[in-house]
Write a protein of this length. Structure first.
Length: 242
C-alpha cells in the first residue's frame, strides 16, 4: 500500500488564514472576530471557524472580549520579552549542537536556507521572510540531533510570527541585518565551532528581542496617545471648556 500524503484539515486551513491576517496586520489588536463573517469570507461553515478560534485562543492570539465574543489579543510586551529569553537559550543550544552533530549537513544544505532568506528580503513579501526565518531555525534544530528543541519551540511560533510581522512591517532595514547574522551562525556551524555558534545564536535572538520589545513599546505608546487624543476631541465638556 502507498502511504497517503497528509493534507491540512479545514480547521487547520482556517487557523492559518486567520493567523496570517493577524501577522500581516489585516486583523490588528482588539479586532472583533465574528464567526459568521469569517465563515463567509473563507467560504466555509461556522464549525471549522469556531474550532479554529478555540485553537487560536489556546495559542494566545485570540482572547475573550468584554461582554461577548472574541477579539485579536493585544500583544503583551512582558510575555514577548520572557518568550525571547527562553528562545535565546534554546537557539543557542540548537546552534551549538548543530555545530557538533550536523556540520556536514550544514555544509551541504545550509547555503540553500541563507539564499532562501535573502530572496525573501528581495521579494519584499512579509510572509516569505517569516517563512524563511522559521525554516532556518528549524533546520538548525533538525541537525542538532535533539528533536525536543523544535518540539519545544513549535507551540510558540504563532506568537513569534506575529511579533516579527509587527516589526518587519515598520523596519525595512532589519531583514538584511537578520540574514547577515544568520549567515554568521551558519558559518560557525559549518566550521564545527560549537562555542561560537552558541554565542552567535543566543546573541542573535537577544538582539532581536531588544529591537522587537522597543518597537512594540513605541507602537503601543503611540497608539495610546492617539486614543487619548481622540477621547479629548470627542469629549463635549472639553470642547465647551475651550
Amino acid at each position: 500500500m502507498r502511504a497517503l500524503a497528509s493534507q491540512p484539515s479545514l480547521v487547520d486551513q482556517v487557523v492559518e488564514a486567520i493567523t496570517a491576517e493577524i501577522v500581516r496586520g489585516d486583523l490588528p489588536s482588539n479586532s472583533r472576530l465574528i464567526q459568521d463573517e469569517l465563515a463567509r469570507a473563507y467560504g466555509v461553515s461556522r464549525q471549522p471557524v469556531q474550532q479554529a478560534l478555540l485553537l487560536l485562543r489556546s495559542r494566545g492570539l485570540v482572547k475573550e472580549a468584554e461582554g461577548r465574543g472574541l477579539i485579536v489579543a493585544p500583544l503583551d510586551v512582558d510575555f514577548i520579552r520572557n518568550l525571547y529569553q527562553i528562545r535565546a537559550a534554546i537557539e543557542g543550544l540548537a546552534a551549538s549542537l548543530a555545530a557538533r552533530n550536523g556540520s556536514a549537513r550544514a555544509k551541504a544544505e545550509g547555503t540553500r536556507f541563507i539564499e532562501m532568506g535573502l530572496e525573501s528580503v528581495k521579494s519584499g513579501s512579509l510572509d516569505k521572510q517569516i517563512e524563511a526565518d522559521i525554516a532556518f531555525h528549524a533546520f538548525l534544530g533538525e541537525i542538532s540531533g535533539n528533536p525536543l528543541l523544535n518540539e519545544t519551540t513549535s507551540p510558540h511560533w504563532p506568537a513569534l510570527r506575529r511579533v516579527m510581522g509587527e516589526v518587519l512591517r515598520e523596519d525595512v532595514g532589519m531583514p538584511s541585518n537578520i540574514w547577515d547574522e544568520h549567515s554568521a551562525i551558519m558559518a560557525a556551524v559549518v566550521a564545527g565551532d560549537g562555542e561560537k555558534a552558541e554565542r552567535l545564536g543566543r546573541d542573535h535572538i537577544l538582539r532581536a528581542a531588544d529591537v522587537f520589545v522597543a518597537r512594540l513599546k513605541a507602537q503601543q505608546k503611540q497608539q495610546s496617545r492617539a486614543s487619548t487624543s481622540r477621547r479629548i476631541r470627542l469629549n463635549p465638556r472639553a470642547v465647551a471648556a475651550d
